[in-house]
Design a binder for this molecule. Structure first.
Ligand code: SF4
Length: 226
C-alpha cells in the first residue's frame, strides 16, 4: 500500500465506538467560535513529507483542532507552538497551521499521531491505543527508509513510537527506555528523542518553553544531517 492508500483507508476507520461517537458529536455540536465552519469529524492522517528525515509523534488530534480541520497539529494551541518552532528551526514554510489548504509545507518532517481520532479529555484508553496501533505501524513501515530522527512529544507518544518501531522491525532496546525531555536513544540507524508535549498544560506552566522546543528540533535536524 502507498501512503495515500493508508490515509484513504484510515479516513473511514470506525474501530473504536467511543471515539467515533466523540469525533462525530464534536463535529455536530461544534465549538461556538467555529460554529460556521465545517468539521472533518474523522480520523486525522499524517501530515508532511512523504519521505521525511524527521518524524514528530504526538498523541491524538483535538476535538476542535485536527478533528475540525482534518489535519493533525492544525487549528489549536498545541499546533501554534509546534509550527512556530518548526518555522524558527527552518523545518516549516510558515509559522502557523490553521486549516488544511493554508499553504503550510513541511519539507523534511512528517507529523503523526499514534491515536488518529480525538478522545474525550485527550485521553485514549489502552484498548483504543492498541486498536489504533496498526495504522501507525503501516505508515511507519513506508516511512522508515528515509527517517533518521524520531521526536516523541510526551510519554504516550514515546511509548507508542517505540512500540511501532519494534513492530516495524527496528531493533529496539529492552526494556524500553524511560521518557524524559531531551532524552536520546539509538535504535538501528535511528535516534529517538523525547520532548515535552507542547500542550497548553505544559506551555502555560513553563514546563516547556519555546527555547526548549527549538533546541529539540534543532537537535533532530543535526541528527538527520540537515
Ligand atoms: Fe480507527 Fe484509530 Fe480512530 Fe480507533 S482511533 S476509530 S482505530 S482511526
Amino acid at each position: 500500500a502507498s501512503l495515500d492508500e493508508v490515509s484513504a483507508r484510515l479516513s473511514v476507520c470506525r474501530a473504536c465506538p467511543r471515539l467515533v461517537t466523540w469525533r462525530e458529536d464534536a463535529a455536530v455540536t461544534k465549538r461556538a467560535s467555529y460554529a460556521d465552519e465545517p468539521y472533518w469529524g474523522r480520523p486525522a492522517p499524517g501530515f508532511g513529507s512523504a519521505t521525511p528525515s524527521i518524524l514528530v509523534v504526538g498523541l491524538a488530534p483535538a476535538a476542535h483542532g485536527g478533528n475540525r480541520t482534518g489535519r493533525n497539529f492544525t487549528g489549536d494551541l498545541s499546533a501554534d507552538w509546534l509550527h512556530a518552532s518548526l518555522h524558527r528551526t527552518g523545518l516549516a514554510a510558515q509559522p502557523t497551521s490553521t486549516y488544511a489548504g493554508d499553504g503550510q509545507r513541511l519539507e523534511h518532517v512528517r507529523l503523526l499521531n499514534p491515536v488518529r481520532c480525538a478522545p474525550p479529555e485527550n485521553r485514549p484508553t489502552p484498548v483504543e491505543r492498541d486498536t489504533c496501533a496498526p495504522w501507525m505501524r503501516r505508515e511507519l513501515t513506508l516511512l522508515l527508509p528515509s527517517v533518521r530522527a524520531v521526536v516523541c512529544l510526551g510519554a504516550i507518544g514515546w511509548r507508542a513510537a517505540w512500540t511501532a518501531l519494534g513492530d516495524a522491525g527496528v531493533d529496539v532496546p529492552r526494556p524500553l527506555p524511560r521518557f524524559g525531555h531531551a532524552v536520546e536513544e539509538r535504535a538501528g540507524d535511528l535516534t529517538v528523542v523525547g520532548c515535552y508535549h507542547p500542550s497548553p498544560h505544559n506551555t502555560y506552566t513553563g514546563r516547556l518553553t519555546a527555547d526548549m522546543l527549538d533546541a529539540v528540533l534543532r537537535r533532530a535536524r543535526g541528527i538527520a544531517g540537515l
